[in-house]
Design a protein around this ligand. Structure first.
Ligand code: NAD
Length: 347
């Protein structure tokens, strides 16, 4: 079987995780990654056997620091079928004409505007819509978390409306210039926050309103979600649905997972690379049902939740899997994602 040749442009928080996920796929080959700074991250990539490419005006800087580069972004694009753009938000749109000129398919991230790609993407909601497209945009981390839960819940009945409050982390762990350090910031102070619109790039007709506040933490986002279904359900229906579904795990406060710090501590104990938790974590204790109304709390690991969707997006645009279930099986097995309970079993 010919493996699809993949490039990753941008080797930061998302790019390095996606690149390492590509390395684990039986039907993909990571040809190289593009880095602009000849720093410890570049040396790390080389130590992992990943081939480095850079921009033409950066080649000399890499050589001066003794870091081998294989060539430029242009040359890398000549050698691949698909590029995963993981550059800072808004930069992908600037690269789009180059990707098109080179005839490579492109997977963009949620920091880009929706019109950067033919379709905004969430595996559990609209995998088939992305099949054979020239470009897709994997929605942001918060939107990915919301969409995984909503599209899973829709298996119990039509989701009529969603109201969600998003408690956002202030920065990623490696960032030193973002805040707040000591405040809670409505972001924005008007309703709805932009997350509702982003959800609607995938579920166009959904009645959804979101509110967001930023808090001083780097350890995950938390959502408080209220959804109304078209029919009555029971708490057991919802819990067993979440327990049986891919990309979602249950956690229990009564079992000691009382905060995002506990989720991260457990991920460390589990030996997860970079303590990543690509699964959406739903607090089982929080799941509350009142007729057709379902409420719950969930945690989103912003650095890793979109990684499986990026891998699925490559399979979709390259036509490597015609059904969502087929890509989910391979992605989740190769990346070691859990189903059921984050702890491995019910408490
Ligand atoms: P990042 O800043 O950690 O990484 C971006 C990388 O791109 C850096 O290594 C930077 O040096 C490099 N870069 C900068 N300019 C470049 C250029 N012109 N060409 C090539 N590389 C360049 O950013 P990130 O957090 O990985 O975010 C990347 C995308 O993923 C954004 O669209 C973001 O909105 C989205 N995203 C981020 C998160 C998150 O929590 N970090 C979650 C989901 C989605």
């Amino acid at each position: 079987m010919r493996r699809v040749k993949v490039a990753v442009n941008g080797f930061g928080t998302i790019g390095k995780r996606v690149a390492e996920a590509v390395l684990r796929q039986p039907d993909m080959e990571l040809v190289g990654v593009v880095k602009v700074t000849p720093d410890y991250g570049a040396r790390y990539a080389v130590s992992r056997g990943i081939k480095l490419y850079t921009l033409p005006d950066r080649v000399e800087a890499f050589r001066r620091r003794g870091i081998e580069v294989e060539g430029t972004l242009d040359e890398l694009l000549d050698r691949v079928d698909v590029v995963i753009d993981a550059t800072p938000g808004g930069t992908g749109a600037k690269y789009k004409p180059l990707y098109e000129r080179k005839g490579v398919k492109a997977v963009f991230q949620g920091g880009e505007k929706p019109d950067v790609a033919e379709v905004s993407f969430s595996t559990l909601c609209n995998y088939e819509e992305a099949l054979d497209r020239r470009s897709v945009r994997v929605v942001s981390c918060n939107t990915t978390g919301l969409l995984r839960a909503i599209c899973t819940l829709s298996r119990l009945g039509r989701v009529q409306s969603v109201r969600a409050t998003i408690v956002r982390r202030a920065a990623d762990p490696k960032e030193v210039k973002r805040g707040p350090v000591n405040a809670i910031v409505p972001d924005p102070a008007q309703l709805p926050s932009h997350h509702a619109e982003d959800v609607k790039t995938v579920l166009r007709d959904l009645d959804i309103v979101t509110a967001a506040v930023v808090v001083p933490t780097t350890l995950m986002h938390v959502h408080v979600v209220y959804a109304r279904l078209s029919s009555r359900v029971t708490r057991e229906d919802v819990l067993s649905l979440f327990e049986d579904s891919p990309r979602i795990v249950l956690a229990s406060a009564s079992d000691g997972i009382k905060s995002t710090a506990d989720v991260v501590e457990l991920a460390r104990d589990m030996g997860r690379p970079r303590y990543d938790v690509p699964e959406l974590v739903v607090w089982a204790d929080s799941v509350t049902v009142n007729g057709d109304e379902v409420m719950w709390m969930q945690a989103v690991h912003q650095e890793s939740i979109v990684v499986p969707e990026n891998i699925d997006a490559v399979r979709a645009v390259m036509g490597l899997a015609r059904r969502a279930a087929d890509t989910i099986r391979v992605t989740d097995e190769t990346l070691g994602l859990r189903r059921g309970w984050l702890t491995g079993g019910p408490p």
